[in-house]
Design a protein around this ligand. Structure first.
Ligand code: FES
Length: 154
């Protein structure tokens, strides 16, 4: 994940889509892949270069839940709060994560290591309660297992 803005990389993305109109979404997806979120300065740069109003770019960024306007952690934790997980103690898993990380759902730890999110179902209801860290699924979670699982992610 890039941390400092390298506008040559952004230029490369813009050049790729320069011929096509209406390609704002793929441009934003590629920028987000670079930074893990959409930095304000890059959105302003895209607006200047493409002459798409900044308000329109923000409109797209806030409409689609896949876009993020704030920095995100190195690892994304998705704690399931769907029905199957809820009845098996999903709320307790979320409480344990919040307590262990010192943040609330939707926030990122100060060291930039974890972002904590909730989701409505991870498609692994048979393993409820479930949480996912990036691509790894952790099933049959208990609050007591939370600290050990987190230590696997440095
Ligand atoms: S409800 Fe949690 S995985 Fe489906």
């Amino acid at each position: 994940m890039a941390t400092e803005i390298d506008y040559r990389q952004v230029d490369g993305i813009l050049a790729k889509y320069a011929k096509d109109k209406g390609t704002l979404i793929p441009i934003m997806q590629e920028v987000q892949n670079l930074y893990n979120y959409l930095p304000k300065a890059v959105l302003e740069y895209i607006s200047q270069k493409t002459e798409i109003p900044l308000s329109e770019i923000y409109g797209v960024a806030t409409f689609y839940s896949l876009f993020h306007l704030n920095p995100r952690g190195k690892y994304i934790i998705r704690c399931c709060q769907g029905t199957a997980c809820h009845v098996r103690g999903g709320a307790g898993i979320l409480d344990a994560l919040e307590a262990q990380l010192g943040i609330k759902a939707g926030e990122t730890t100060a060291d930039g290591r974890f972002t904590l999110e909730t989701v409505a179902c991870l498609g692994a209801c048979g393993l409820a309660p479930v949480m996912q860290i990036d691509e790894d699924t952790h099933g049959r979670m208990t609050p007591a297992k939370v600290p050990a699982v987190l230590t696997e992610y440095k």
